[in-house]
Write a protein that binds this ligand. Structure first.
Ligand code: SAM
Ligand code: SF4
Ligand code: SF4
Length: 449
């Protein structure tokens, strides 16, 4: 990029240059061409070598100043923080000219994780600030509570056909609320192996990516509760329903509640973090009351994933009392009773949709309820009916996914076409359409090219 330093025709300023949280930076301001008083065409963000790393138009409403127009970048910190003392530059562009309006040195050297590694293992973290390493959200900042009183560091299911199922970390017992030392040791093993090759359990996993380590304030930002496998349905596509699957013994609910309390009280889990409740079926989970009571003093968000076949009063009440920090995702999968039974093994389709309507009365924030459809060969022709049914319940957020137990190359093209139709039809109805897994969006994008 050639900068036009003499150009006086362009004027602009960066008003806000902030680190939003551990992940995001927001840079916003205004930019005009003084000769005509109009906003400049575009604004660019560049690194110290003048390589463009982001661009945006300069006539958007700014979230930090809602009545003002200007430019606003929201970029992940790792996109721009290449080294601890790198700088980033903001350019405005108009009529073929670039004009530098701001340059800022970034210096972030604080690594909050260090204190946990020092305290529990007596070593520094295996990853260094601003260095690239192969990781995923689980290795970075998650813990999964799995069945049989164990926690695991990784996804608690064979989401990728290539990677192995569990990496067991350690036991939760009444005397040990959380195996933090073992979790760190497992992370170290995975990070060290992924540095020189691939940790065996991660081989082939699409979530394993190279990224810059930019430090974090807490050891855990996300906890996944999959510590029990009891379920009232038998979905064909769910690994817990497979004949070969040996169902582990559920972890007692009181141990899980004790652990969550410990993690929050000892500032191991981010008080503004997130807890996913999966399972099994959360409506059957024991100690739900106690679990929600622990969360009352913190700002932790909760994502509950339920099949919706049993109405849970505690879940309803929590959503009603804490709509800002609760999301309820209901895996309905079909709106046609016959297909529903074929896919999910039980004849309770009408009950599920009745319960969806009931849950929808908990809050006016309709984006707090998401209705999910996994598209398989069974329901591939029912996309529109499904979305119409969601709309008839007064809801506007849908989630689409494919059966992740099937290899990408083995899925029929009809499924991808149906997902495309799902997205298109939902958008035509002004609904928010989300992907159950980032891979869905990625595959759709490559199909369009
Ligand atoms: C294991 S379920 C547990 C929660 C609850 N029973 C339910 O069905 O929502 C958690 C999530 O995994 C999803 N899931 C299960 N099997 C899947 C598969 N083969 N592919 C993609 N998602 C799957 C479900 O749709 C649900 O959203
Ligand atoms: S298998 Fe995938 S999701 Fe699990 S720890 Fe490895 S990279 Fe992360
Ligand atoms: S309802 Fe959920 S946990 Fe139960 S079989 Fe279906 S996907 Fe699996």
């Amino acid at each position: 990029m050639n900068e036009d330093t003499k150009n006086q025709g362009l004027l602009g300023a960066v008003d806000h240059f902030g680190i939003v949280d551990e992940k995001y930076m927001v840079i916003s301001g205004w930019a005009v061409n003084v000769s005509d008083g109009l906003t400049a065409e575009k604004v660019f963000l560049a690194n110290k070598d003048n390589q463009i790393i982001a661009e945006c138009i300069s006539d958007v409403l700014r979230p930090d100043l809602p009545d003002k127009k200007g430019f606003c970048f929201k970029v992940t910190a790792e996109t721009i923080l290449l080294n601890s003392n790198d700088s980033i530059k903001v350019y405005i562009y108009d009529q073929g000219k670039y004009f530098l309006i701001n340059e800022k040195k970034i210096n972030r050297t604080v690594d909050g994780q260090k204190k946990y590694w020092n305290k529990y293992l007596g070593i520094d973290p295996p990853m260094k600030m601003y260095e690239k390493y192969k990781t995923c959200k689980f290795i970075d900042s998650m813990a999964v509570f799995s069945a049989a009183s164990t926690t695991v560091v990784c996804c608690d299911g064979p989401w990728e056909p290539e990677c192995s199922t569990r990496r067991i970390v350690g036991e939760i017992t009444t005397n040990q609320p959380f195996p933090i030392k073992e979790l760190l040791l497992k992370r170290k093993e995975m990070i060290d192996k992924n540095k020189i090759g691939v940790f065996d359990g991660c081989r082939g996993c699409s979530l394993l990516r190279e990224k810059y380590y930019i430090g974090s304030k807490y050891l855990l930002t996300n906890v996944n509760l999959s510590h029990y496998f009891t379920c009232n349905l038998k979905c064909k596509f769910c690994f817990t329903s497979m004949e070969s699957y040996v169902r582990p013994i559920d972890t007692p609910g009181e141990l899980m509640v004790q652990s969550i309390k410990y993690l929050l009280e000892n500032e191991i889990l981010d008080p503004n973090g997130n807890i996913d409740i999966a399972g099994g079926e959360p409506a059957l989970m024991s100690h739900v009351h106690e679990f929600f009571a622990v969360l009352d003093d913190y700002n932790v968000s909760v994502n509950v994933c339920t099949n919706g076949a049993i109405f849970s009063q505690p879940i309803y009440n929590y959503l009603k009392q804490n709509p800002q920090k609760t999301i309820l995702m209901i895996s309905a999968d079909s709106a046609v009773p016959q297909t529903y039974e074929e896919m999910k093994g039980v004849n309770c389709c009408d009950k599920v949709w009745e319960n969806i309507k009931k849950y929808s009365t908990a809050t006016n924030l309709k984006d707090r309820l998401k209705i999910k459809m996994i598209i398989t060969d069974d329901n591939v022709n029912e996309v529109k009916e499904f979305i119409d049914k969601v709309e008839s319940c007064g809801l506007n957020t849908v989630v689409v996914d494919f059966d992740r137990m099937i290899h990408d190359d083995e899925r029929s093209p009809k499924i991808y076409q149906a997902i495309k139709l799902f997205v298109k039809y939902a958008r035509e109805k002004n609904m928010t359409c989300l992907f159950g897994h980032e891979k869905v969006g990625f595959i759709l994008e490559t199909m369009d090219k």
